[in-house]
Ligand binder design. Sequence first.
Ligand SMILES: [Zn+2]
Length: 371
Amino acid sequence: MPNLLQQRVRLTSSSSTPHDGLHSFKCLTVWLIVVMIAILLIIDAQQQLALVSAQEWNYDPCTNGPQHWSIQYPLCGNGVHQSPIDINTMVNGTVRDDTLLPLKLHWKSGFGRVFFNGETCQTSLEPNTMYMTGGPLPKLSSSSDANDEANRYYMTQFHTHEVSEHHIDGVAYPLEIHFVHKNTATGALAVVGFFFKVTTDEDSAFLNEFIDFCYSNTSTNDYLSFESLVRDSTSLPYITYDGSLTTPPCSESVTWILINSVFSVSRSQLRRFMSILPHHIANNRPIQDINQRVVRQYVPPGTETITVTWSQIYKLQVAIAILAIGFAVSSLLFISVLLHKYVIPALTHRFAAMPTVLVNEEEAPNTLNRN
Ligand SMILES: [Zn+2]
């Protein structure tokens, strides 16, 4: 004799309906889809990881571009002091800091060796030749001598980004050069950025020398002069903030010093730069969040009109836009008043009078006949 449990099982089995079967099928289908999606996600993550591991990082969104850097270099994704940023020179965007010192770039000339790293043309400089002091850099020595060895940041290399990495008031420039400096004692980094825009067809002497350097791609040291680029660095306005390397590993240990003045590059020079790039993909990292960082400005004494140029241009554009909108609104109001006061009443009067004239014209012959 079947026991109670067996009877209950039989009853349960016999009481199952087609609706229950359909429900189970749906659950199974959903479960299979979830499992398949999970498997696909795992495979995709593994492929991405393998891709980044197999190849070096680059700027190509289809392979190892900036959106994939964080897979192998987490700081590129979760850092809070990342570079580049969009510099807002408007009120409250940057703080004018009168305690900042003039920048002293001791860059006369030196020997360098060109090195094409696959993404840009980079020039490595002979150690301990060109250096900078002053500006926002911390004074490490109590010595009164500004050129004290401990305070020097030596230039180690410089390279270009075709399409600037930093933006000024939302605007990118065609070219930004980064001069990378390092303090020997602390290992701290400071990068000086120069912006270039296409203004004339007159070549920049410094850039010509640099482009020739890039094309030569020699392994020997060549002489390079910086005098045509910077003559008196103490008169240069600059913007400074704490950020990171703009390439992996995105280390957050960089004092950025961006020269707040735009230099010129000719169209042909820019074309030559672009032709060096692999696949002609721009080598600039996208803009990063500024978060809680303070961006400071140094304004050289007596040069306020030069240093606030970007801000002034922006304000002028806003003023012109407001005037244009005001003019358009005033014109519409004026036309509206004209229509309502003169044109519409005149037309209304004319159309109102028309039926009377027509009746009179029709009646006119009858009147004549009667006579
Ligand atoms: Zn750079």
